[in-house]
Structure formats: C-alpha cells, structure tokens
Design a protein around this ligand. Structure first.
Ligand SMILES: Cc1cc2nc3c(=O)[nH]c(=O)nc-3n(C[C@H](O)[C@H](O)[C@H](O)COP(=O)(O)O)c2cc1C
Length: 251
C-alpha cells in the first residue's frame, strides 16, 4: 500500500510533534551543525517519512550558502547543514513536499534544533545535490544548532482563525477547531498563510489554499493531521473547482 498522510505518524508521534509545532519558529541565527546523535536522528526522520513524488536529502553547506532577502528578513547565519526538498513534477509532489518537509522540521524542533524553510534566500547555483532527470530541488530547509535555545514564542504574526476559517467557528467540533489552531501556527512562504479551512456538509474537514499554494498547503496538512484523533482518510482534489484536500471520518 502507498504511504498516506493519515498513516504517517504513530499515536506516540502526535503529541511530541504537536508540542514541536507550538515551539517552532523560523531560526535565522545558528551556532553550527547538529551533533552526531542529532544528525543520526535527522537521517532516520528523512528515511522514515516517505510520500510519492517528494524526498529530502540532508547535506552540509558553506555558511555563505544562505543570502539576504529583499523583504527585510534577517540573513541566515552560522548554518552549515540543510535538507534539500526534491520533487518530481507530478500532481501531488508539492503537497507531499510540504508534508515531508514540515515533518522533518518538527522532528528537528523536537531535538532542540533550529530550522527555516528557504525558497528564496539561498544560492541556488551552489546546490550540490544529485537529482534524477525527472527531479528538481523545490527549496531547502536550514537546520542546525540554534544560537539561542528554542523558547515558546510570546506572540506570532498570524491571521486570526475567523480570517481563514469559513462559517461559524463556534459550531465546529472541538477536534476541528484544534486542527485550525495548529494550522494557524504553520510556517508559510512570506508568511502569507494562504490556507482556507471549512467543515463540509458531512462533517469533513476541508483544507484549501489561495492561489493553490500547494507547498504551503502541504505544510498546513501536516499540522492538521497532528491534531486529528478520529480515524479518517484524506482525499485530494484533482479538478480546479475542488479543494486541495479534505479529511473524512472513518477507516
Ligand atoms: C515555503 C516557505 C518558504 C520560505 N522561504 C524563506 C526564505 O527564502 N527566506 C527566509 O528567511 N524565510 C523563508 N521562510 C520563512 C517564513 O518567512 C516564515 O515561516 C514566516 O514568516 C512565519 O514565521 P515563523 O516561521 O517564524 O512562524 C519560508 C517559509 C516557507 C514555509
């Protein structure tokens, strides 16, 4: 059977990774690479989380690999390790890349490591990752020892749930408001938070994203999955009028 989002995490993983999701923020100041034990745990996570059309490769990089941004975000400094996010150009690959990458980010966070998704502020021409003819590097994830220990952020720049959830939130089942709260914490490119959540007529949890931002949607799906306890199956839209994904209760 093909790996699927609803089978990616064990019951023991979920509270650990949920805690990591609450702790995670983008880290831009590092004090070097993970130690040997952390690297072994990261390599295990890379091997363990598998979905079709996307894969991660851990690789050392020069500190100068990361560049400054036009948008006033700090340049990533002191980081000498990254995970390259590699995809084949298939319909689900960007969504799967988001799920796998964020699973990796949360595993790294649980190890006390800093991470930052990076699509823009790195030197693409300095990538030294071997890819097959039908593959390409979608983005990279900086990972390493944070220059300051990870601490729970006092506040975050995030949309309020009523701005990305359709309908009356007070009518939503608690499990789905919990899922929305965890999606709210998810990182997104330029902090656009493009996701739109709703509850369908049959009680299904629906996740869509403005501009069909599939990588960000995959990241949000990872967070949503961590919060869902009722057995469920994820379905994915194939037509443009369909949402990106929806979870239906049942096995
Ligand atoms: C797909 C993606 C691409 C990103 N690209 C960059 C980048 O190129 N440079 C950077 O400094 N941060 C980048 N970020 C980090 C976002 O700016 C950050 O997640 C967002 O501002 C929310 O802040 P937080 O991660 O601290 O919660 C990226 C995040 C995502 C999810």
């Amino acid at each position: 059977m093909q790996a699927a989002l609803e089978t990616l995490y064990t019951a023991a993983d979920k509270p650990r990774l949920t805690e990591a999701a609450r702790l995670r923020t983008s880290c831009r100041a590092y004090a070097g690479a993970p130690d040997a034990a952390q690297l072994a745990a990261l390599a295990y996570a890379v091997g363990r989380y598998q979905l079709p059309g996307a894969r991660l490769v851990l690789q050392p990089v020069a500190e100068s690999f990361f560049t400054s941004t036009l948008l006033g975000m700090k340049r990533i400094t002191g980081c000498t390790m990254m995970a390259a996010v590699i995809i084949t150009d298939t319909p689900m690959s960007r969504i799967h890349a988001g799920i796998l990458g964020e699973s990796f980010v949360l595993e790294a966070t649980a190890l006390g490591l800093g991470t930052c998704w990076v699509t823009g502020s790195y030197r693409r021409k300095n990538l030294q990752v071997s890819v097959a003819d039908n593959e390409g590097v979608l983005c990279v994830i900086a990972v390493g020892k944070p220059s300051e220990p990870l601490t729970m952020p006092a506040s975050r720049r995030r949309k309020l749930p009523e701005h990305f959830c359709r309908g009356n939130l007070s009518d939503w089942p608690e499990e789905l408001t919990d899922a929305a709260a965890l999606v709210q914490l998810a990182p997104s490119a330029m902090n656009m938070q493009p996701w739109v959540l709703s509850v369908g007529l049959q009680g299904e949890f629906i996740l869509d994203a403005n501009d069909r931002a599939q990588l960000d949607a995959g990241i949000a799906l990872c967070h949503a999955e961590l919060a869902l306890e009722t057995p469920h199956r994820w379905h994915y839209g194939t037509a443009r009028h369909e949402p990106i994904a929806w979870a239906v209760a049942g096995r």
